[in-house]
Design a protein around this ligand. Structure first.
Ligand SMILES: Cc1cc2nc3c(=O)[nH]c(=O)nc-3n(C[C@H](O)[C@H](O)[C@H](O)COP(=O)(O)O)c2cc1C
Length: 321
């Protein structure tokens, strides 16, 4: 199957706790230059079955009822050998989700102890069995998001070939092992190697923070497309800058864009959720780890924002940037 995305596509990465329905709606509305956004993972259960309503709720009622957004979204699962994978894949297929991604990079101790996420990069027979199950039950686009290995990179080439041979349509690689977590800088040379090892598209991921990084990344790795996580939280309008060819942004532009982004997000939380003001503020703060960094006196400004107790205080900080 050929992939639905063009070369040089730019993906907004899955991030648990961030990329929920409401947040993705903000991104696809304000910054449609992101070619695709990804949901965080739906954990396939080892006991019982999810009703369809649970699957739709996790992936987002708003997305589900808006065909254009639904098509721009990648739906991620996390599973393990003892989970009810086949049943849930059949449900996801029947519900009309068109692009499924398996999370093979999650480093969480609990997930790995239950033989899911990045653990599977160390257990190729189990990995093959799970990938075969998904591929034979899912007709849409099926991608895998991996790290370069579990404890080390010794299986890297074997994993890539296994995924390709089992009919995975494209592979996203976060260029660190599971044991490296987020240490150091992701090693872009793994992406360059992967491009030579398999014939399916490689989506490069890990430590892409700016337009310059995206350009350098393509030049160096020759990969098909890129996916950005923390850099997308730092500059949610990064895809727009990349497509416009802007290498640099000035202070004025960042603060204006921040005001627009926060106001829109707040309005969407108010419109689509029944969270208390305190929880709404918490949600706003949760996406704010990197976005202040390029500003002068970033630490002081971020601290004032994070210590704000009310909506008015939060927006006072943003106004005073
Ligand atoms: C807060 C947070 C949550 C994440 N949740 C997920 C997730 O649900 N699924 C997934 O495949 N990766 C998840 N990741 C990993 C990112 O998608 C990405 O692979 C990683 O951060 C490296 O990319 P970056 O250097 O652009 O941040 C998460 C990362 C962060 C920072």
């Amino acid at each position: 199957m050929s992939v639905p995305f063009k070369e040089n596509s730019i993906f907004f990465a899955p991030m648990e706790g961030m990329t929920d329905d409401i947040y993705r709606n903000v991104i696809t509305t304000l910054y449609p230059e992101w070619d695709y956004v990804s949901t965080d993972f739906l954990r396939i259960p080892t006991v019982g079955n999810y009703p369809d309503s649970h699957i739709i709720k996790h992936y987002g009622n708003e997305v589900y009822s808006t065909p254009k957004t639904r098509k721009k979204t990648i739906y991620q699962i996390l599973t393990s050998s003892n989970a009810y994978t086949e049943h849930h894949i059949q449900r996801i297929q029947a519900l009309g989700f068109e692009w499924l991604d398996i999370n093979l990079g999650c480093p969480s101790k609990t997930v790995c102890k239950n033989m899911g996420g990045s653990y599977l990069l160390s257990d190729l027979p189990e990995l093959k069995s799970i990938i075969d199950t998904i591929r034979s039950n899912f007709k849409g686009t099926f991608t895998a998001k991996i790290r370069v290995g579990y404890k080390d990179d010794l299986n890297f080439e074997r994993v890539l070939k296994l995924l390709e041979d089992c009919g995975v349509d494209a592979i996203t690689i976060h260029a660190r092992t599971r044991d490296e977590l987020y240490k150091g800088v992701a090693k872009w040379q793994y992406i360059k190697e992967a491009v030579k090892i398999v014939n399916i598209p490689i989506i490069g991921n890990g430590d892409i923070w700016s337009v310059k990084d995206i350009n350098d990344y393509y030049d160096y790795t020759n990969c098909h497309s890129v996916m950005i996580a923390r850099g997308a939280l730092k500059t949610p309008w990064l895809a727009r800058e990349y497509k416009a060819g802007n290498q640099f942004e000035d202070h004025e532009m960042r603060i204006n864009e921040m005001a627009r982004y926060y106001s829109f997000f707040y309005n969407e939380i108010e419109r689509l959720s029944d969270l208390s003001e305190q929880s709404q503020n918490k949600r706003l703060k949760s996406i704010s780890r990197y976005i202040f960094d390029p500003l002068e006196n970033a630490a002081v400004k971020k601290k004032a924002f994070l210590l704000s107790k009310t909506k008015d205080e939060l927006f006072e900080v943003i106004k005073s940037l």
